[in-house]
Ligand binder design. Structure first.
Ligand code: TEU
Length: 540
């Protein structure tokens, strides 16, 4: 039997911080580590006044020329001066741990920045000792790029290097050359980076595009398929998901486990539950985000299908991991909010935080942030510049958090690097902190409820409706407890008809948007819900 501390990553609530947009302590308009430190009480001060999250994941804070906003790393073992120093980092980690908040670093191991000393050395000559640390190829015999592989961010994935008359491979920007994981020295160097952070005391890692580390040894062309952008017009048989990954995951897991209570969560490129199942579980990655969940329309049947698909695909030792938003995709309220952003924010939060699996929140969702509007002239994100106006890039989901309604939103005393959202005078932390009906208050209640409920943290998931039309109803059942969750997705009153008769037990409200705590409700095979009602009850 595992004890509960080794289960922290299964039972805890995670929160993604996008450091540049969290809180600026020095007035330069960019969020930084001291800003995070100053706002830890928002995340968890040990009381239900705070959000109560158990762990934070920091998007990259390493030295970087910022072509891909920090996902182009120039030094894996230092901090970008914009964010602070290693001393600031140590102070943050210590303060987080004092509050019981664990910390994950973001490791971008598929590629480095072209400014990384490894690449600088590699590109010097064909005979450089680090030549083989990256993926260099001669032109194809017919001339031109070695094969048809495309960059995720647009255009060919091969960049010509005049000096040495070879191409190098970059899955993302030309400024992000891919590392050659087939080279044992590269592996050694990257595992040393993991050790560096583990020794400093971090609790784990979020692994960027972790299924792309290896490319086909024969560099075969990808076959075509239907799609809009170049990258989507290929089946990615040969530029990711290679069999060599599993050996690396086993080594990573062994390293993490050797430090005790550490974990990693994988980000899969074009991920889905079946792929996650292949890569997660015993002697593999601890968790992987279920991006299929984020692709669902606002309909209970769609979400239930996604949940059941995830549950059905789980391998031995596997555990679901759900998220609704992150720094790459449109915020879920912009996708789902419609005319009822506040109501739907609560329904979505209740679902995310009562499913079986580890929930990851993205900063700002706890106050119901939506995507910002960024004029073309202010776009920072490379794919946004490239595909505007068809795709406006990821800046809109990376706008700063507003802590209050003051001119800099309490985020900065200077000029924010991306504009605050237009509605920040309403959508900010201070405005919601003392409002018991706010989105923030509801997130707090849900997260603190989860801590009290073994069924919500680790119980089985049992759907109560076969074909949901208006809402979801499910049980979470552990040895100690049974919890019922009922969610009305829409603006009309709903009658949820259940597969089972729940009259044998009394149901006591433990959290609701409409019902008072402790209100007892007798049920048979239907549940009545008001528009957008969330009702969570415990069987007595
Ligand atoms: O993202 C992987 C990725 O390819 C997508 O999420 C992509 O950003 C999206 O389709 C938009 O085009 C990871 C990071 O999360 C992302 O921020 C980085 O830009 C990318 O890797 C490269 O490191």
């Amino acid at each position: 039997m595992e004890d509960s501390s080794s289960n922290w990553w299964r039972e805890g609530v995670f929160y993604q911080i996008y450091p540049r947009s969290f809180a600026d302590s020095n007035g330069d308009g960019n969020g930084d580590l001291q800003g995070i430190l100053a706002h830890l009480d928002h995340l968890n001060d040990g009381t239900p006044n705070s959000l109560g999250v158990d762990a934070i994941w920091l998007s990259p804070i390493y030295p970087s020329p910022m072509h891909d906003l920090g996902y182009d790393v120039a030094d894996y073992c230092d901090i970008h001066p914009m964010f602070g120093s290693l001393a600031d980092f140590d102070a943050l980690l210590q303060a987080a741990h004092q509050r019981g908040i664990r910390l994950l670093m973001d490791l971008v191991f598929n590629h480095t920045s072209d400014q990384h000393p490894w690449f600088q050395e590699s590109r010097l000559s064909r005979h450089s000792p680090k030549r083989d640390w990256y993926i260099w190829r001669d032109p194809s015999p017919r001339g031109g790029a070695p094969n048809n592989w495309q960059s995720v961010f647009g255009g060919r994935a091969w960049e010509w290097d005049e000096t040495n008359q070879q191409y190098y491979y970059h899955m993302f920007l030309p400024q992000q050359p891919d590392l050659n994981w087939r080279n044992p020295q590269v592996r050694q160097a990257l595992f040393d980076v993991m050790r560096f952070w583990l020794e400093r005391g971090v609790d784990g890692f979020r692994l960027d595009v972790v299924n792309a580390y290896f490319k086909d040894a024969l560099f075969r062309d990808n076959p075509p398929r239907l799609g809009l952008r170049g990258y989507d017009r290929q089946k990615h048989l040969y530029d990711k998901d290679q069999p060599e990954l599993l050996e690396v995951y086993a080594q990573m897991r062994q390293l993490l486990d050797s430090y005790g209570e550490r974990m990693c969560v994988g980000e899969m490129l074009n991920g889905n539950p079946e792929m996650n199942a292949r890569y997660c579980g015993d002697r593999k990655l601890n968790l992987a985000f279920d991006f299929n969940f984020t692709r669902q329309p606002w309909h209970p049947a769609a979400f239930q299908r996604a949940i059941l698909r995830n549950e059905a695909s789980l391998p031995p030792g596997g555990w679901p991991c759900y998220t609704l938003s992150n720094h790459d995709i449109s915020r879920h309220l912009s996708r789902y909010g419609g005319r009822y952003p506040k109501e739907r924010a609560k329904v979505a939060a209740a679902m995310l935080l009562t499913l079986r699996g580890t929930p990851f929140l993205y900063q700002g969702e706890e106050i119901g942030m939506r995507d910002g509007k960024i004029p073309y002239s202010m776009i920072q994100d490379p794919p946004g510049k490239r595909y505007y106006p068809f795709y406006k890039g990821r800046d809109p989901v990376r706008t700063p958090i507003a802590w209050d309604a003051s001119p800099g939103g309490g985020f900065t005393t200077g000029k924010p690097w991306l504009p605050l959202n237009q509605d920040y005078r309403q959508v900010n932390v201070a405005a919601q902190r003392d409002d018991p009906d706010s989105v923030f208050s509801f997130y707090r209640k849900l997260i603190w409820l989860r801590k009290d409920c073994p069924a919500l943290r680790r119980g089985a998931f049992e759907p109560l409706i076969q074909r949901p039309r208006d809402g979801l109803a499910y049980l979470r059942r552990s040895q100690e407890q049974t919890v019922l969750v009922a969610l009305n997705f829409f603006a009309l009153p709903a009658t949820l008809r259940l597969e089972v008769d729940l009259s044998a037990q009394k149901w006591r409200t433990i959290l609701g948007t409409h019902r008072a705590r402790d209100e007892a409700v007798a049920l048979e095979q239907t549940i009545w819900l008001a528009p957008h009602e969330v009702w969570i009850a415990e069987a007595n």
